[in-house]
Structure formats: C-alpha cells, structure tokens
Design a protein around this ligand. Structure first.
Ligand SMILES: [Fe+2]
Length: 407
C-alpha cells in the first residue's frame, strides 16, 4: 500500500537520500530544474539549505564552464520535479567521470519523506509524544501514547507518510486506538481514512477509530470508513484510565478546527502537570493559520481573533504548543530535533497576537500569501473521507506549506 522504490542503479530513492543526509555523508545536491521551479520549492533539510542550481539546458549548452562548479570528489545527487530531467543529467555527468545518482520521483518523491522526533516530556508525565514531520511539505502529525497501557492516538497524519505512523506504532509496541484530524486540510490529503481502514481490518474493531470535527462539513455518501466518531468542544478522549486529551473548538482557520489539550492527573496535587496543546493549523511556532481557505477571509479572521483571545491565549504561558505545520522558509528541519515552543514565547514572537481585532483583521487581509495549489480539489477529497486514485498524488500536493501567516 505504501512504497518507495528506485528504478535503476543510476537512481537513489528519496528515503536513501535522506539517510545519507542524516549520516552527514559528503554529498553534493544538484537541482537541474528552472530557477522558477527552484525558487518556489526546493530541498531544504539539515545542512542542505540551498542545493546548487544548474538548469539542465545549461549542462548541455555550456558544459565545459559549468562542470567547474561541480566537485569531482563528492557523490553528486541530481534532483528535478519528477526524476526525469535529473536522470538525464546524471547520465550526462557520468560520461564526464562523475559519481552521480538521480533522486527517483524528484521533488514529488521527496514530498513523501518524513522525519521522526520525540517531544521531551517530564519523567512523571503519563504520555510519550512523537512528532512526524513531512520534510518537504512542512506537515506535522503526532502520536500520543500512554506509558502505562501503550494505547496511542494519532493526530493529523498526512496520507503520504501514513507508513511512518505504523512504524512508530510497531517499533514501540503501541496500539493505535484513535486517528484524528484537527480540521479539513486544504494543502494535503488526510491520512485518517486510510490509516483507520488499515487498523479496522487488522483489529476487526467496531470502535470508532477515525475521528473528525463535528463542526466541519462532510459529505458522508461515499465514505470508505465503517466507524466514525464526531468530536465536540469539551469531548475527552481517554488514552489510559486516568489521562486524556480534551477537544477545544478553535474556529478561524476553518469553521470546524479543533485543538487538543492534554489533561493528566498529577501524582502530586501541589505540582500540576505541564500541558501540551495540539493546535492544528490555528497556531504555529512562528505564525498563525490563514483564514481564507474557505473564501470568506474577513469573517474567518474575526473568528480566529476570538479563538486566540477567548481560548488559546487563556492557557498558561508554559503550555507547549505542538502545531500541524512548520514554515520551511523560516525553520530548517533537523533530523530528530522536534519543533515546538511555549505559548509565552510564541506570544512575544507573533505581533498579530497583541493587536486589536480591527488591526488583526486588516493586517491579515493585507498580507495573505498565495493559496496552496489545488486547495479546492484537496478539500474535496478530505471532505468525502474516501480512498482515492494514488496516481493523482505527485502533482496534487506539489509545493511547500502555505497554510501560515507569519508576522
Ligand atoms: Fe489547514
């Protein structure tokens, strides 16, 4: 169901490329797309922030000068959009004596690569939390597991990295009991339906594995799921007997957006537990969720303001914020290094959070970035909770995360 493979020995799979980067191998990344493609979306991971760009036509037209820019003593890894131009470039460079491999699937293949980081928690905290990050796309999902009974809840898995959630489950002896979307995503296809179907068939469970916000609009007519639970504000989802996450309706990015706050019984009543808040696309570590993906930006921006001031900012400053995206242009993802911050620190960073409602709405409307590609089509898929034709995926989700407004 999930697979990554390379077609021939001149190619390297995106996962193997990531492994080379994680091991700090001495490689030279060479992007052979156009400057326009490169500037809109490129590999940016660990110490490879700005791969060398040489469009493929330059390699053919001006090879004697251009070749001086490519080191002979390193392994060269070529990349393009889908792995075709980069394979041609790899073959050409091989003829000039280079040791070259082309990334199979190109940026579309790289878009399926994830990195896993564990969130540090105090020893007495009853849960372990893993953060699963789509390296290229900037999507973040989570697994929260009880240390006591190993039951686990998944939040915001994206379809393209579903296998990584199963890997964390298997490697840590967990049992996934609920799979939740914080909201109907517009930039990537949700993995809730597929993961829930896999778990439904494995466990023959009649429990509701897939959970969605009761405040979003869904089209139930064609869903593949047998069991669905709809979550309301205040619902508590217990992971073990004493400890749960609690749903907090936080509309604004979408009408139905829900955040989840951990609610754990302290062993010592005088020493309350620190809380972890899963904010979906409502609040990021250096930005906020855009309110215009349902085409009513003014209205949604006002709602988002109320969500911040009446709900999110009411949590204690030491609450740990765990968002569903990171901004690849401001944050370089590092292997196994989690992305999070305290609410108090985020308040100081994001000016929008200290504005009046009028200023907040005006600033947002004036600075809206371009919307994610194919966002209406992606919302349409997520609305139906269906499996879909995998062949549409490579281009459907191309491009970086653009769900955030940073100010
Ligand atoms: Fe979103």
């Amino acid at each position: 169901m999930y697979s990554h493979s390379s077609k021939n020995n001149q190619e390297i799979s995106p996962n193997d490329l990531k492994e080379k980067i994680d091991k700090n191998e001495d490689i030279f990344l060479l992007d052979v797309r156009t400057p326009q493609e490169y500037n809109s979306w490129k590999i940016s991971y660990e110490n490879h922030k700005n791969p060398k760009l040489i469009p493929i036509d330059h390699l053919f037209v001006d090879s004697s000068n251009i070749l001086k820019e490519i080191p002979k003593d390193k392994e060269i890894i070529t990349v393009c959009a889908h792995g075709n131009r980069s394979l041609i470039a790899a073959k050409l460079l091989t003829q000039f004596g280079y040791n070259v491999k082309s990334v199979s699937g190109g940026m579309s293949g790289w878009n399926k690569v994830a990195d896993i980081a564990e969130i540090p928690v105090p020893t007495q905290f009853p849960f372990q939390i893993w953060q699963l990050r789509r390296v290229a796309k900037g999507c973040i999902g989570y697994i929260i597991a009880s240390k006591e009974n190993k039951n686990a809840i998944v939040i915001d898995p994206s379809n393209e990295i579903g296998e990584y959630f199963l890997k964390v489950e298997k490697e840590n002896g967990l049992k996934i009991t609920k799979i939740i979307d914080t909201h109907q995503h517009a930039d990537h296809v949700s993995g809730v339906s597929r993961l829930a179907m896999i778990k439904e068939s494995e466990t023959k469970s009649k429990d509701s594995l897939a959970c969605f916000s009761s405040y979003e609009e869904y089209d139930y007519s064609k869903t593949d799921l047998n069991n669905i639970k709809y979550l309301n504000d205040g619902d508590e989802i217990y992971i073990d007997q004493k400890n749960c996450i609690k749903a907090v309706h936080t509309p604004g990015h979408t009408n139905g957006s829900i955040s989840f706050i951990t609610k754990c019984k302290p062993n010592d009543k005088n020493n309350p537990m620190k809380n972890y808040l899963f904010t979906g696309d409502t609040l990021f570590v250096d930005g906020i969720g855009r309110p215009d993906l349902r085409d009513q930006a003014d209205l949604f921006a006002g709602t988002l303001y109320d969500t911040f001031h009446k709900k999110i900012l009411q949590f204690p400053d030491d609450t740990i914020i765990l968002p569903a995206h990171f901004n690849g242009s401001s944050i370089i993802l590092n292997h196994k290094v989690p992305i999070y911050d305290t609410l108090g620190s985020i308040k100081k960073k994001i000016k929008l959070l200290s504005m009046t409602k009028e200023e907040f709405i005006k600033n947002i409307i004036d600075t809206l970035p371009s919307r994610p590609g194919n966002y209406k089509e992606i919302i349409g898929i997520n609305k139906k909770m269906i499996s879909f034709d995998e062949r549409i995926m490579p281009d459907l989700e191309a491009g970086p995360n653009s769900c955030a407004i940073s100010q």
